[in-house]
Design a protein around this ligand. Sequence first.
Ligand code: PLP
Length: 371
Amino acid sequence: MNNPYLLLTPGPLSTTASVKQTMLRDWCTWDDDYNLGVVQPIRKQLVELALCGEKESAAEEYSAVLLQGSGSFAVESVISSAFSADDKLLILANGAYGQRIADMARVHRINYGLLTAAEHEWVSLEELNQALHDDPAITHVALVHCETTSGILNPLAAYAEVIKAAGKTLIVDAMSSFGGIEIPLAALGIDFLISSANKCIQGVPGMGFVIAKRDALAKCAGRARTLSLDLFDQWQCMEQGHGKWRFTSPTHVVRAFQQALAELAEEGGISARVQRYADNHRTLVDGMQALGFECVVSRDKQSPFISTFKYPDNPAFDFNQLYQRLKQEGFVIYPGKVTATPCFRIGHIGDVFPQDMQRLLQALEKHRFWL
Ligand SMILES: *Cc1c(COP(=O)(O)O)cnc(C)c1O
């Protein structure tokens, strides 16, 4: 079946026919065909991707845990599994996903503090330094790499340097960036990195994953605040059962994810994918600016994954009308989430190419009803 429209959203996103095709077969979760043929190779490949060609010894240090559910389930699995009663979490937040980590900490009664910035700005390094210096109780720092709220790409390497120099455990929500940009985990000292199937890896929704240092995972033993999201138990089950999931595995999603990983490699790996996303992004932003749209995030801070545009300064502009017209033309775009500025978003990840961006721009030009 053909898709009625292209998803220009930050996930779920448009996937290839070959990824969808793999879901036509059923799997037995007790069988080696699945555990050894699908789950274990995925776990190994995720660690390889996360090391970005760093020395092989680093591969021993890290392990990947797959989890049922959407990306937030995987984030919550880390947040609800990694803290003892004495620990304190500092969260850097410049958007909804940073705030969501704070919501999780609150629900699980974890002691936490927040450092915030406007949604189009970075949390300052000086403030981070100061906060770590002022509050020695802080044991962990959590931050979002690409804050999908605006599409801003936060300066992960600079933050990681400060956080690791201070000896803190580093948790990174790389949901909308992992697989779409190189993140050398060992070099950055990342303890827990969280992402999901349906973003830059271009799989279908239904599972997330955590790539973590083995010693950080080991410390989670007995700390979980929920049963289903117990990261340590999930990890132990996968390690000892050689790819076995604790509870029902989303088998079709996992098999599709394996195919998506193979297609990432076929494309030329992360470096080739970054290039395509960057081309999509440049084509889109150049065209949008030519049409009079302004970006919310400055170019130096903008990720190649999703872009946010201000509503045109014209009362005749109506997002819903634009949305419906573009949908009829075969494109689904995304409402804005930045609180201070009326805006909308266009994603450029997934099975999407610069020529799709060109077609979208032509559709936009045709439907400029507000001018
Ligand atoms: C998509 C996303 C999530 C998870 O969202 P779900 O809807 O639970 O899949 C978390 N953080 C970021 C930065 C995201 O982009």
